[in-house]
Design a protein around this ligand. Structure first.
Ligand SMILES: [Zn+2]
Length: 224
């Protein structure tokens, strides 16, 4: 089974990719991680022509051409770890890319079986992020409303004054959500038309979301 995983920041996409891997033995394929791995000097790939080309493109801040990205993905999914399928994260982001991906998969006798969109309530997510508190001394974490410390703004474990993380603010979240919408909305109609889109409420507990995804995928599995 091959899945595309879509979700706003804070929806728990990475966690769910691992839950899907556990339940279906299909490997997460995050294009960001893949590109980092290909271009990383640690993997010894730095003299590889593809690595050089990619680093040149990424250094200019330009987007990686669709045909190149499709070629990279084609090579990657041929690896044995994807024998049962993949959950793709980070690609496609345009309808042209979605269509090119479909063509490449078809050529390899494969297809996308489901597009899982983890939906969020933006106001609730904002409250969730803004309420986060952590202890700079022992690292314990709290939440002003969901998991409040016994004494206001004070660590239960070590009495240190609690702090908020600098990037836990409404402005950062708003920017991330904008990027998410810009990268996700263009491809939704493509997959909606093919009846592949599964919307999952991503605001519940990790286990509830995982169970909901599992039930949806089981239904698909019996259908095909
Ligand atoms: Zn503490």
């Amino acid at each position: 089974m091959n899945i595309i995983l879509l979700g706003a920041p804070g929806a728990g996409k990475g966690t769910q990719a691992h839950a899907i891997e556990k339940n279906w033995r299909i490997a997460p394929l995050a294009t960001g991680d893949l590109l980092r791995r290909i271009t990383s000097s640690e993997t010894g790939a730095e003299e590889n022509p593809l690595s050089i080309e990619l680093r040149e493109i990424m250094a200019t801040g330009a987007l990686i051409p669709d045909a190149l990205m499709i070629g990279i993905l084609e090579e990657e999914i041929a690896l044995s770890k994807y024998a049962n399928g993949f959950s793709l994260d980070g690609f496609p982001r345009t309808e042209a890319q979605a269509s090119a991906l479909e063509g490449m998969l078809l050529k390899n006798g494969l297809r996308i079986d489901a597009v899982v969109l983890l939906t969020i309530d933006e106001k609730a997510l904002q409250a969730r992020i803004e309420g986060r508190l952590f202890c700079p001394s022992c690292g314990a974490s709290f939440h002003s409303s969901l998991n409040p410390p016994k004494r206001e703004e004070t660590c239960d474990m070590c009495d240190t004054r609690l702090e908020r993380r600098k990037d836990d603010n409404a402005e950062t979240l708003r920017k991330r959500l904008e990027v998410f919408h810009g990268q996700t909305e263009p491809i939704l109609p493509f997959y909606e038309k093919q009846n592949l889109l599964i919307k999952i409420d991503g605001m519940r507990s990790i286990d509830e979301v995982a169970e909901d995804i599992q039930q949806s995928l089981l239904k698909l599995d019996t259908r095909s």
